[in-house]
Design a binder for this molecule. Sequence first.
Ligand code: BTN
Length: 318
Amino acid sequence: MEEKIIGLLKRAQGYLSGEEISDSLKISRQGLWKHIQSLKEFGYDIAAVPHLGYRLISSPDRLFDFEVTLGLHTKILGRKILYFDSLSSTMDTAMQLGLKGVSEGTLVLAETQTKGRGRLGRIWVSPKYKGIYLSLILRPKLSPNQAPILTLLTAASICEAIKEVTGIAPQIKWPNDILVHHRKVGGILTELNAETDEVNFIVIGLGLNVNNEKKSLVSGATSLKEQKKENINRLTLLQEILLRLEKNYLTLEKKGSRPIIDKWREYNITLGQRVKIYSQREHIEGEAVDIDIDGALLVRRDTGLTQKVISGDVVHCR
Ligand code: BTN
């Protein structure tokens, strides 16, 4: 109901009488008053003037589920949203939901995380109301070894959304670091629940430094605000990310990996570079020459041999 009231007030661009609102939503005037009170508690500034009605003065900078839904043009992703003011990690909640069988596209959103996880056991610093911290549950018809393409798809979709909403030109460092001017602004973590030859579900986690202040950023990181020198609308950015992700996900289903890889290439800064890759098993050095159809990096070693790398931490040497 909150979503509908906010929707009406936003569209009205002025006062809307209590009668008009309650009639169109088929609720009592007292019911409406209660919903208005709870919206005020959420931080909405709503003027109530006798004989005129209600007017929305300002909305809080929050990613409330009903606000995300309001301007969302997707059919699958984010149609069900679980919003939390604080969570230990959206990944844990999403993995549990995945096991319970929630529908594809279910989105777990948190305004802060007390134990946000990065790749390779790192932590993801998640200051409250500043970034976007989400996990998305997908049920793709892929085998586990094809799953890395979803990381590339997510990275390309985030770059498209950042470019569209902020005008900033982002870059991707293989496989999934989102950079701006060579400093990290976002990261993707994917966790699988799979059988030998089939993915049951996959959780895609995204952490994006949006309005993070300089002092809260770890070394080598940046935020979109720091780059743009102005606050970025997190809601608009999140809706655009979900839209781009869905478009690319449907393309992957219909046309396979090739168009996704082509999009990823537009933003990548790894191919053509001399790289060092640190993985749990080994340390590889050579030239990043290409990626294969599943998103693995192909590295030409100094011996002339080309090696396929599925995961690891990449350092660009020059
Ligand atoms: C990385 O670059 O190391 C990946 C970072 C992924 C962070 C996000 S924030 C939302 C989701 N929940 C987590 O605990 N981690 C991911």
